[in-house]
Design a protein. Structure first.
Lengths: 291, 448
């Protein structure tokens, strides 16, 4: 028999989980969509955002500064990574791109482990959002509620950048056909750098915003990267709206399955991905060109 | 057409002369030149005698230095490093546990080889297989996950190389997956449950409702099962069991189920960073205000990492440094460890240290590195010193019978220093905690 209070709680929780996954996945998907590079260091950038924010928080005790520092640091790291390493791999085989970004990911993780150790670190939520809120049907951590709002704003900003600006138009055109964009006289490589920076920043921002919910460890990006890939595959590779829908679906699958049989929560996530791959290989909102 | 005539190898005259000269020279050498062969006419087995024929012997450790159990793995590694150092210098503490130890083991320098297992069985097995093939290690160790311990047990039996388990809480390690070549010093699900349950019943009463959080592998399932079985005798029931994968990035869905379960007590079997995260998130969701938390298998550094969330929480553990007031060897160990590494040792380090020294004792007592003889020495089940008083290994399943320590998290006010996280509530003798040797289906297998 279904416990309705628990079902509603889990559906709500799925929304919160999904929002976070949507934000991280959107960064990954726009990088892949535009550059054609599957960035395996995306999870490490999520982790870097958390640690950079932690350092900023330690010195300033301001959560706002921590969020700004975490995001900007990872954006700069992303741009440097693109300029110094990744751009040399645009015309090389996919396997080389996977290997180099995987290698960069290991370097980031081990560098953080070297500097901070393996013991987990915590960033407290801002005082305004500390504690628990009663929603009538359940009690829920106030900060997690705030995370939904923060991520909604972040996704809105990304949406405006992608759909209401010239840069966004170029990026979306690049996702459809980067050769055509290049032949129109647009410096695609400069756009690539900006896109890589924005994508990395989305991961870094998610890393520090998520820091008070989890505790920081050098490996934290590993598990989230796997889920992010699932989200991107479900939503459609290269599709920004697809990442949001995929994120929300993934969050709901994890939450609702855990209510029925917790041991299958993550299994069902992969089962859903498999189903999408069988029925619609391009993903729910993916374009045929990236199939 | 049958051919019964034995074939001679295709030898050249030069090869024959070389072999003949070698054999003649060998026969003229005095017998004590080959101590590894002197113990008897044993045929070669595993890495014996190749691994112990030089001036040194190598031990292989596959330990998680990355992943969910990395923090605990590093602590274990320090325990092994200190043990190797103590053996090589003939440290007083090592000699108190292994009286025949002088310097090294049987006079040979001990070398420690280390690989990162990331707590994954396949990576641990690959690393140890490489150490066996390339370095001829005479002893394997490592685990912080019982899945690794079980896999290395099987490798040990197949390769005939001794294995002492690192941290491993599953009943299976010396139960259904036990092997002749594997030994475990530390406590496990059954003894943890048998030790902590009476304390829980005394504190919380009979007929309580328990919610479990269980990692989805052998350790989690067997510890939860043991807790359920023991507590059921006092009328406790399980209202929910939240099984999660190792390294889950978020526990919110599981915790909502726990929060809505109406449980009186949350028994958290998660380990490593999973335990840290699930307890921190349990606090965020208000679960810790609704129900009492119990940790049946204590996690090194948990109190430090959760920063105050273990206050008043009961846990069963292998070792806590403040028992040094009762056990002089623990005091010596704490002092040596802290001098070298700058903090009080946790139980991963204690188990690692004592496992190596116990192995060294068995080798010294045997007088040879021949594995079947070492096993037979171990199986005498003699009472031997450890850091928690005298212990012995049970010959039927190779499990050490040793006390389990029940601790309770101190409040900040009660803490005398920054590492004084727990008060020792009780030290429960091991004998009464053990299941019957065959209860978990242990069949040790062959010596050779």
């Amino acid at each position: 028999m279904i416990n309705w209070a628990n079902l509603i709680s889990q559906m709500f929780n799925g929304l919160v989980l999904g929002a976070l996954l949507a934000l991280i996945s959107s960064g990954l998907t726009i990088i892949y969509g535009t550059l054609g590079v599957l960035n395996l260091a995306h999870g490490a950038m999520f982790m870097l955002g958390g640690y950079a924010g932690y350092v900023a928080y330690t010195y300033t005790e301001s959560f706002v500064v921590a969020v700004a520092a975490g995001s900007l640091f990872v954006m700069v790291a992303g741009v440097i990574m693109e300029r110094v390493i990744v751009r040399h791999f645009y015309s090389r085989p996919d396997s080389d791109q996977l290997l180099v970004t995987f290698g960069i990911s290991i370097c980031f993780v081990e560098l953080v482990r070297f500097c901070f150790g393996s013991l987990s670190l915590t960033v407290p939520p801002p005082k305004l959002f500390a504690g628990i809120t009663s929603l009538g049907f359940m009690f829920y951590p106030t900060y997690r509620l705030a995370v939904v709002g923060i991520i909604a704003v972040a996704l809105l900003v990304l949406f405006i950048v992608l759909y209401k600006t010239r840069l966004g138009m170029i990026v979306r055109a690049g996702i459809e056909d980067s050769v055509m964009v290049s032949s129109l006289g647009i410096d695609v490589y400069k756009v690539f750098m900006v896109v890589f920076g924005i994508g990395a920043m989305a991961a870094g921002f998610a890393g520090i915003v998520n820091a008070p919910v989890v505790s920081l460890t050098p490996d934290m990006g590993e598990a989230i990267l796997v889920q992010t890939f699932v989200v991107v595959v479900i939503g459609g590779v290269g599709s920004f709206p697809g990442a949001i829908i995929g994120g929300l679906i993934a969050g709901e699958i994890i939450s609702i399955t855990s209510m029925i049989n917790p041991g299958y929560a993550y299994v069902m996530l992969f089962a859903a991905m498999t189903l999408v791959l069988v029925l619609r290989p391009r993903g729910l909102l993916g374009s045929a060109s990236r199939e | 057409m049958s051919n019964d005539t034995p074939k001679l190898p295709n030898l050249s005259r030069r090869t024959l002369l070389q072999v003949g000269a070698g054999a003649a020279g060998g026969a003229m050498l005095p017998a004590f030149s080959f101590p590894a062969f002197a113990a008897g006419d044993h045929p070669a087995i595993g890495t014996w005698p190749a691994g112990s024929s030089g001036n040194s012997v190598s031990l292989g450790a596959a330990v998680p230095r990355t992943g969910t159990y990395a923090v605990q793995g590093e602590d274990e590694l320090k325990g092994w490093q200190l043990a190797v150092e103590h053996l090589n210098e003939g440290h007083e503490l090592a000699r108190k546990i292994s009286p025949k130890t002088k310097k090294g083991v049987l006079g040979k320098e001990v070398k420690l080889l280390v690989a990162d297992s990331a707590a994954k069985p396949n990576e641990a097995v690959q690393a140890q297989q490489r150490f066996i093939t390339e370095n001829k290690i005479v002893l394997m160790t490592g685990s912080t996950s019982s899945a690794v311990a079980v896999a290395l047990n099987k490798l040990a039996q197949r390769e005939k190389v001794l294995y002492v388990a690192g941290i491993s809480g599953s009943n299976d390690t010396t139960g259904k997956d036990c092997v002749r070549y594997g030994f475990r010093q530390n406590f496990f699900g059954q003894t943890a449950a048998a030790a902590i349950a009476p304390v829980m019943i005394k504190q919380f009463g009979k007929n309580k409702k328990a919610a479990y959080m269980t990692p989805d592998y052998t350790y989690g399932h067997t510890v939860t099962k043991s807790m359920q079985d023991v507590l059921a005798k006092a009328g406790w029931t399980t209202v929910t069991n939240q099984v999660s994968p190792l390294g889950a990035p978020d526990f919110s869905s599981y915790l909502l189920n726990v929060a809505n379960s109406g449980a009186d007590v949350l028994i958290n079997v998660n380990w490593g960073h999973d335990a840290v995260l699930s307890i921190q998130q349990a606090k965020q969701f208000g679960v810790l205000d609704k129900m009492k938390l119990v940790v049946p298998y204590q996690i090194p550094f948990l109190a430090r990492e959760t920063g105050g969330l273990m206050e008043g929480v009961y846990a069963a553990t292998d070792y806590w440094w403040t028992i040094e007031d009762k056990y002089p060897l623990a005091k010596m160990f704490n002092a040596a460890f802290e001098k070298k590494f700058g903090y009080k040792p946790e139980w991963g380090a204690e188990n690692a240290y004592i496992s190596f020294i116990h192995w060294a004792r068995m080798v010294e007592e045997t007088g040879s590195f021949y594995p079947p003889d070492i096993i037979k020495t171990w199986e005498k089940g003699e009472t031997i010193p450890s850091l928690v008083g005298d212990v012995h290994y049970r010959p039927q399943d190779h499990q050490a019978i040793r006390p389990v320590i029940i601790v309770k998290g101190k409040t900040k006010k009660e803490m005398k220093n920054k590492e004084d996280w727990y008060e020792v509530v009780e030290i429960v003798p091991g004998e009464g905690l053990m299941q019957k040797p065959d209860e978990f289906g242990c069949k040790l297998g062959d010596y050779t």
